[in-house]
Design a binder for this molecule. Structure first.
Ligand code: CA
Length: 746
């Protein structure tokens, strides 16, 4: 902290205590005392919550302050008052300030944690929530919907809050416009730190939503400024704007997989925002739909997203659109923006039979597009004659759009803040030199920053010798990121199920040492909520396993997991899963989600069940069991079930995956067990990015690809199928190079 800031803090503390001394501080130690204090509160009063954990606490802060003398709810010491278990706060009345609350270690008993509403029709106006924290305050059911902050009423402000690790369905913050008393609300949402939000893998993972489609032609007039969004990866709408007259100013979007989406509503503007992708997959910028929406003087860098997650996406609309579909872009203005190393600008995106209304009366003006390693960043899906192009500049290496853009020899300099700025004539492109909102000037200073996603190999090393339950004992005492090293060859036999509640690695000490893990439990490893598993250089053998139909070697929790998990396996052998007729290798359950599953350099043989069925989301709502599945340089021999069934059903367009890569694999005698319900050796359904290469299939069931939803990408390269059922597909929207099926070139 600079000395100037220190003086400011001291000054503000002095002022704070002076005002307290004048008006009287009412100290409360429990809800009963809080209720009495609220009931008697007069303008200027300060209600102070005592240090400690307030468990299962429902605060109803219903009072009337004045503009000059608001009523405040504060804490004895910041960071030392925690609302845990099933707690929440409802704010209603006038001129109230809530400052310093922390919600953690639990979840709301209702649908909202911080609500600017007492009950239907009774709202907060002119109130403020500042320096509050909500940290991993989630129900275990990932598809149970909760909101963390819901703004109702008018003229409310939420600022300097730290909101991190939302895992279940439901937006992190919502501006609700349910009746007249909540419209033209002039709320301000500023200087908040929206921390990481894991991939929900379903609609409902937005970080901020303003309005809903139903009221989207009403004005909200909410100002969203100076906020920092980090890794907000819930779905492809980071912000879902669904109302009119909102402003998005000076926000920073750091490594967020999605876009600021003008989903519904007109006359919205975004200015001075930074979108920094750092080449993370699916990072995007702004997506435009509807009338007179603007994006001016924004800076976009290293964004990789395509289609609805492009860096600039101008959509096609639906003629005479229903209010919940897509209104035509009309009168859009996209000016003075700078795009540096952003892979995709998408015009007329979403063009199809239904979305046939192309953008009209719109202008793209004074923008700069620079890319130093791609020559083709523009995709035009339909007629762009309704967009006027004026004075835009592109680098020499970039493919033009019908000569509409001015080609210039652009040079890029890195400015003193580390941002790449293409050198162009004055007045063109963004004038921004650094983001206004940073991790340091948003959120709170007194709460520790969260760590982000789980990591393997970050803890200590634990050595384990062969024997009975030696590995089990090591797992019980292990901690997050630990590496358990099996230090000698021989059998590691478990008669207890190994439940993993945090990520761990289990590996052989050297290449020469050959540890074999056996288990007499129906499930060898169970990845519980928060757990993850990495296996390296070991053999897993089914010889000691019990004869329970449907047993497995690796399983997820049988119940909902609100933490995504990772399962990685390299240089391993899996043999003799054959003590009964349906012994699976990996078994997952509904309401679980893998960020990634990776199998590399492994050999599987003599297995009566399936290697992995990732097909437990059968509701066809665009939900699926794994985001990335990678199978490389591996062999599958004598498998009665299927090697892979990866399923994502439905037409929802909110999610990104799954993405599959199969490379360098050999299948022989796979899929002919009479219990193989999939009827294939490999089946994929609705996979969004499907790359299969260098695959050999002998004496096996079908390779069966069902391509659906959006614009799935399927590339097949060097595939040889012999003496097998063959290759099945529902349409020809794939590329095939060197694909040979039972003797004939495809
Ligand atoms: Ca959405």
């Amino acid at each position: 902290m600079t000395s100037f800031n220190k003086i400011l803090v001291v000054l503000s503390l002095v002022l704070f205590f002076c005002s307290c001394a004048d008006k009287g501080v009412i100290k409360v130690k429990n809800v009963e005392e809080f209720n009495v204090a609220v009931k008697n509160a007069l303008p200027g009063d300060v209600i102070q919550m005592a240090n400690g954990v307030w468990k299962n606490t429902e605060l109803k802060f219903d009072a009337k302050g004045t503009a000059e003398n608001p009523i405040q709810l504060v804490v004895e010491e910041r960071g030392k008052v925690k609302l845990e278990g099933q707690s929440r706060i409802n704010i209603s009345g006038e001129h109230l300030i809530v400052n310093g609350l922390v919600f953690t270690n639990g979840h709301t008993p209702a649908s909202e944690v911080i609500s600017f509403k007492k009950k239907k029709g009774v709202y907060a106006n002119n109130c403020r929530v500042t320096e509050c924290v909500i940290d991993n305050y989630n129900p275990i059911e990932r598809m149970e919907s909760t909101y963390w902050v819901s703004l109702y009423g008018k003229n409310n402000r939420v600022d300097h809050c730290y909101l991190v690790d939302k895992r279940n369905k439901g937006v992190t913050m919502a501006v609700r416009m349910v009746d007249e008393a909540c419209r033209e609300n002039n709320h301000r949402i500023d200087h908040n730190y929206f921390g990481y939000r894991q991939n929900l893998g379903a609609n409902g993972g937005e970080t901020l939503r303003i309005g809903t489609s139903h009221y989207s032609l009403s004005t909200s007039a909410t100002q969203v400024d100076s906020n920092y969004f980090e890794s907000c990866d819930g779905e492809h709408e980071i912000i879902s704007n669904k109302s009119c007259g909102n402003q998005f100013i000076d926000n920073t979007f750091y490594e967020c997989r999605g876009t600021l989406t003008y989903r519904h509503g007109n006359d919205n503007v975004s200015k001075g925002n930074f979108f920094i992708g750092n080449n993370k997959e699916y990072t995007g910028g702004i997506r435009i739909i509807n009338k007179r929406n603007k994006a001016i003087n924004n800076y976009f860098s290293d964004l990789k997203g395509y289609r609805f997650r492009g860096s600039l996406v101008i959509m096609n609309g639906v003629p005479n659109s229903a209010i919940n579909r897509y209104h035509q872009v009309d009168g859009g203005v996209f000016a003075n923006n700078t795009f540096v190393n952003c892979d995709h600008i998408q015009l007329c995106s979403g063009s199809d039979e239904e979305r046939s209304a192309v953008p009209i009366n719109s202008v793209i003006e004074n923008n700069v597009f620079y890319h130093d390693n791609s020559d083709n960043i523009f995709t035009v899906f339909d007629d762009i004659s309704g967009i006027e192009f004026k004075k835009n500049i592109i680098g020499k290496n970039l493919k033009n759009i019908d000569n509409k853009l001015t080609v210039t020899n652009l040079k890029v300099i890195e400015n003193e803040f580390g941002f790449k700025i293409p050198q162009v004539e004055e007045g063109i492109g963004s004038t921004l030199v650094k983001p206004a909102a940073t991790a340091d000037n948003t959120g709170v200073s007194w709460y520790p920053k969260a760590k982000g996603e789980m990591q393997f190999n970050t803890g200590k090393t634990i050595e384990v010798k062969a024997g009975v339950n030696t590995l089990f004992d090591a797992i019980v005492t292990s901690q997050t990121g630990d590496v358990i090293v099996l230090s000698e060859s021989g059998d590691y036999v478990m008669d207890k199920m190994m439940e993993l509640t945090h990520p761990i690695t289990i590996k052989s000490a050297t290449k020469e040492i050959k540890p074999v893990i056996k288990s007499s439990k129906a499930e060898m490893f169970l990845i519980a909520n928060g757990g993850g598993l990495k296996l390296q250089g070991i053999e897993i053998n089914g010889a000691e396993s019990p004869d329970y139909a449907g047993n497995s070697m690796v399983s997820t929790s049988h119940y909902s997991m609100n933490c995504n998990y990772k399962f990685l396996m390299e240089d391993c052998q899996v043999t003799d899963l054959d003590v009964n007729h349906s012994f699976d290798f990996l078994k997952v359950y509904k309401n679980t989600m893998a960020d990634s599953i990776l199998i590399r350099n492994c050999q599987f043989s003599n297995i009566t069940g399936n290697i992995m069925l990732l097909n437990k989301e059968k509701d066809d709502l665009g939900i699926y069991n794994a985001e990335y599945v990678v199978i490389e340089n591996s062999e599958f021999k004598d498998v009665k079930g299927s090697v892979l069934n990866l399923y994502r059903g439905g037409t929802d367009e909110s999610t990104f995956g799954p993405a599959l890569k199969i490379d360098g694999c050999v299948l022989s005698n796979v899929g002919f067990g009479k219990r193989n319900k999939t009827g294939s050796a490999i089946y994929t359904h609705g996979v969004q990015v499907n790359n299969i290469s260098n695959l050999k299939i002998d004496n096996s069931h079908y390779l069966d690809l069902y391509m659906t939803n959006g614009e799935p990408i399927t590339n097949l390269t060097n595939i040889e199928i012999n003496n097998s059922k063959g290759f099945k597909y529902n349409n020809q929207s794939f590329t095939a190079n060197g694909v040979k099926v039972n003797g004939s070139v495809f």
